[in-house]
Design a protein around this ligand. Structure first.
Ligand SMILES: O=C(O)CCC(=O)C(=O)O
Ligand SMILES: [Fe+2]
Length: 360
């Protein structure tokens, strides 16, 4: 255990002390489980202001289980990315049957990350929650993944249950009838929820920069673990980028576009990106582990009625009202490296950033 009873990552070079870091508030899962009114008020403030917070998982059984499962998944993730290319190719998102071109493995440089057409510098693997909990026939996957499906199930159901808790609190805070938001995110309804493995090799010193481009997350809530720095956010009112320091024992939680659409802009989905890790961490391979929660496939992404949402201004334009599934595919598929890619496609695939874009 390190300072303040948090675990530490002693085998990794430290995150530098001399760079600016984003002032994410730390919420305690233990207190949110007890519906502590001050912690709930702090959750609302985080949701409205930055849309990102640390969730301290220590001091309660459910949180510690999520944290230690994440450490086990990190070991598995390293094994996954070390698999021979043919094993990763068998679950390539572009050829994987039933994957909609989105789930499965994405090789390095296969997507575009800005309007200039720059290619990404990371690999990832998206494993659907519906596969993990048995809602649908599993897509083809390497044996390594099947052999560890119990770990994925433990992790995904636990993450989903923590997300349901946060959604219930948002119902209360927004003045919506109980279970409004959880009923749009049921574990056994088909949705775009997935576990993501993400990795980026160290970039050469002469060419260090972005490896995953500026974006907002498409869904409702994201639970993120990373072990090295590199994640950056654009703080409200600024167009430069500020690092988010990884804190052992905490997950980073952020709100996605669906929460903005449901609340007519009362809650915030903040832009973020990933760059090569800073300082002494720059030579390391970076890994992250993400659980994306999204509304069920058939849910229209439109403002909900009731509570504080009714006080939000009416939009001048009628709402697009795509379903959750249509929204994910619109945002997720437009930026593949392909002969018909155009900067216009990139711009059309953007999320709820509004006037906040800064895609340098
Ligand atoms: O790797 C990270 O720290 C963030 C990843 C991320 O933003 C994403 O996969 O949407
Ligand atoms: Fe993200």
């Amino acid at each position: 255990m390190g300072d303040a009873g948090l675990p530490s990552y002693p085998s990794l070079p430290p995150f530098p002390d001399d760079i600016e870091t984003a002032p994410l508030v730390t919420l305690q899962l233990k207190k949110l489980l007890a519906s502590d009114p001050e912690e709930m008020a702090a959750l609302f403030k985080c949701g409205k202001e930055l849309g990102f917070f640390y969730l301290n998982l220590m001091g309660c059984e459910q949180g510690e289980k999520l944290f230690y499962d994440a450490q086990s998944l990190l070991r598995l993730e390293k094994q996954f990315f070390d698999l021979p290319p043919e094993e990763k190719a068998m679950c390539d998102r572009d050829t994987l049957k039933g994957a909609n071109g989105y789930y499965g493995y994405k090789g390095m440089g296969k997507s575009i990350m800005d309007a200039k057409g720059t290619k990404d510098k990371h690999e990832c693997y998206n494993l659907k929650k519906d596969d993990i909990v048995g809602n649908t026939e599993p897509l083809d996957r390497p044996q390594l993944i099947s052999d560890n499906i119990d770990l994925f199930r433990s992790y995904a159901t636990n993450a989903q249950s923590i997300i349901t808790l946060l959604l219930k609190h948002f119902d209360t805070l927004l003045g919506l009838p109980p279970n409004t938001l959880p009923n749009l995110h049921r574990l056994h309804a088909e949705s775009g929820d997935h576990v993501r493995f993400l990795t980026a090799p160290p970039q050469p010193p002469e060419d260090r920069g972005v490896n995953a481009g500026a974006h907002t997350d498409f869904g409702s809530l994201t639970v993120l673990f990373n072990w090295l720095g590199g994640l950056q956010v654009q703080l409200p009112g600024r167009t430069d980028w500020t690092y988010v320091r990884p804190v052992p024992g905490c997950a980073i939680v952020n709100l996605g576009d669906a929460m903005v659409k449901f609340t007519a802009g009362l809650l915030r989905s903040n832009i973020h990106r990933v760059v090569n890790p800073p300082g002494a961490q720059a030579e390391e391979t970076r890994y992250s582990l993400v659980y994306f929660s999204r509304p069920e496939d058939t849910v229209p992404l439109k403002r909900l009625k009731g509570g504080l949402i009714d006080l939000q201004p009416q939009a001048a334009e009628p709402e697009e009202g795509l379903t959750s599934k249509e929204w994910i595919l619109k945002r997720g598929l437009a930026n593949k490296v392909a002969p018909d890619w155009t900067p216009q496609k990139f711009l059309e695939s953007r999320g709820t950033e509004g006037g906040r874009e800064a895609y340098d």
